[in-house]
Write a protein that binds this ligand. Structure first.
Ligand SMILES: [Zn+2]
Length: 248
């Protein structure tokens, strides 16, 4: 029974210290696949150095919604790296932190979806307090991908699934006040579900308050299996198939 983390940032500077222990933990707990998401160019170069026998890493890069003012010169550097990675992301819309750049965010998002389609690569979508706009864009510019750390309603989750997207569930599903994430879990078909940590953020219970790491994906899996009343083994088998289907 092997776990996977479909979205983490162990290339983040927070792991300059202790990365070896993080990787050992993964191996010892059978977290054998992970998608490392690069937000900056430095993230990408740090990712290239992350290796561990027994763990298969994939990587993604994309221009985050924060960077709507990026120069064309800088963008072209991202574009070159997009050709080297397994997925384009995280890209999307964040109206929580950057409400003043909505239109520019949409433009940047659409531009990168088109690039992903040209490169025939899946997208990893970041959407925060922007679910409806995100849905409209993804409906118009069909592509394959995943809604990472999904934080929308279960109704909308079903609509994303109809468009062919995967829904990835992160640590908040384990938190004591989790309600919506559990509704989502129950309403998304198993063959569209993914799990992640988004490390170093959003640490699941019982480790909340500590730096997150991919091994904590175990708690996400256990909480989902428990809620769905299914064998964890069956859940993980399907999640592994979903991950491979999305990222090939
Ligand atoms: Zn992320």
């Amino acid at each position: 029974m092997n776990y996977l983390d479909s979205h983490c940032h162990i290339n983040d500077e927070t792991y300059n210290e202790g990365l070896d222990a993080v990787l050992d933990n993964m191996l010892n707990n059978k977290v054998t696949k992970a998608m490392i998401v690069c937000v900056t160019l430095d993230d990408y170069y740090r990712t290239l150095k992350i290796k561990k026998d027994g763990i298969s890493f994939k990587k993604a890069i994309g221009v985050y919604p924060e960077y709507t003012n990026m120069s064309e010169n800088e963008f072209s550097k991202y574009l070159e790296l997009m050709k080297e990675v397994d997925a384009i992301g995280e890209i999307g819309l964040d109206y929580h932190w950057y409400p003043e750049t909505k239109d520019k965010q949409k433009e940047l998002f659409i531009r990168q979806i088109k690039i992903a389609n040209e490169l025939n690569k899946p997208i990893i979508v970041h959407a925060r307090e922007a679910m409806n706009d995100c849905y409209e864009i993804l409906k118009q510019y069909r592509t394959k991908g995943v809604l990472h750390c999904y934080s929308g309603s279960s109704e909308l989750a079903k609509e994303f699934v109809k468009l062919g997207y995967y829904i990835s569930i992160a640590g908040p599903v384990t938190w004591k006040n989790a309600k919506e994430p559990l509704e989502v879990v129950k309403n998304v078909p198993l063959d569209r579900l993914l799990i992640e940590t988004d490390s170093p953020y959003l640490t699941p219970e019982p480790n909340r308050g500590k730096r997150n790491e991919p091994t904590n994906v175990i708690y996400v899996a256990k909480r989902i299996a428990n809620e769905l009343n299914i064998d964890e083994e069956i859940l993980l088998k399907q999640i592994n198939e979903n991950y491979d289907a999305l990222l090939g």
